[in-house]
Ligand binder design. Structure first.
Ligand SMILES: *[C@@H]1O[C@H](CO)[C@@H](O)[C@H](O)[C@H]1NC(C)=O
Ligand SMILES: *[C@@H]1O[C@H](CO)[C@@H](O)[C@H](O)[C@H]1NC(C)=O
Ligand SMILES: *[C@@H]1O[C@H](CO)[C@@H](O)[C@H](O)[C@H]1NC(C)=O
Length: 226
């Protein structure tokens, strides 16, 4: 019975997820698939930051250990339509191995699409529900964080300082689990940032709809430049 209730509530959250399609890039206002970021004026770098891994036995992720690698960051949520992207990130790891640093940040800032911060719940949900099929990520997830609003993680303040949004509109407050709105807010789950291997500074910010396989040429370019 309890299991039944849990499955039904998981399905309800999954259906809600599709409100994500409400904020497709806007043709009329010429929203973009990606934007270039500018250099942080204070010389700040991702190498100055660390965050706890979702898997507590994996300890803390200290970004300074990724010096010399392109770094791809994505905010994720299990019950988002874009959770179909999860296997595409594993394919990036299959392709680039440890030449690429790829980190996913679970967040519940949008429409309750990451309803629990419990590591077991997140790992089991991606394994059995979305994308399911026994999916195990080949890259680290962090503890659940806010990417926007008053409780946003400092890493996301850093990223957004350098990179404007790909979109002009912001979805109705009804879907947002935070209050303080900013034009640079992450618009939904599965936005990506690619950072430069030498400087650890943001290079490009990609819209939620720009899937990770399309980023491969950019990763290859950064590897060549390095
Ligand atoms: C961040 O890192 C850069 C480059 O290593 C350094 O110049 C800067 O002082 C650091 N900033 C902070 C706030 O630690
Ligand atoms: C990351 O590791 C380096 C080298 O061990 C250390 O100097 C630095 O303080 C650490 N940074 C953070 C933010 O924990
Ligand atoms: C957590 O990390 C440990 C040590 O690296 C590993 O053995 C374990 O499989 C990981 N658990 C999950 C759910 O990823």
């Amino acid at each position: 019975m309890l299991l039944h209730v849990t499955i039904v509530s998981l399905l309800l959250v999954a259906v809600n997820c599709d409100s994500g399609s409400y904020i497709l890039p806007d043709e009329e206002t010429k929203d973009q698939q990606w934007v270039f970021c500018s250099k942080p004026t204070d010389g700040d770098s991702i190498f100055n930051y660390s965050i706890d891994a979702l898997n507590s036995t994996a300890g803390t992720i200290n970004f300074s250990k990724f010096k010399g690698k392109p770094i791809l960051l994505v905010n994720v949520a299990t019950y988002c339509g874009s959770a179909f992207e999860y296997p595409l990130y594993n394919q990036l790891i299959d392709k680039f191995g440890d030449k690429l640093a790829l980190i996913a940040f679970p967040s519940n800032n949008f429409a309750n699409q990451e309803p629990s911060a419990d590591p077991n719940e997140i790992y089991n949900a991606i394994k059995y529900v979305r994308p399911g099929g026994g999916f195990v990520p080949k890259f680290p997830l962090t503890v659940r964080i806010d990417v926007n609003g008053e409780k946003r993680h400092p890493i996301y303040s850093f990223l957004k300082r350098s990179c404007p949004s790909t979109r002009t509109r912001i979805i109705d407050q009804f879907y947002l689990n935070y209050r303080e709105i900013n034009s640079r807010d992450i618009r939904w789950n599965f936005e990506k940032f690619l950072l430069h291997p030498k400087t650890g500074q943001p290079w490009k910010r990609y819209d939620q709809l720009f899937t990770p396989n399309v980023i491969i040429p950019d990763i290859e370019q950064l590897l060549k430049e390095n």
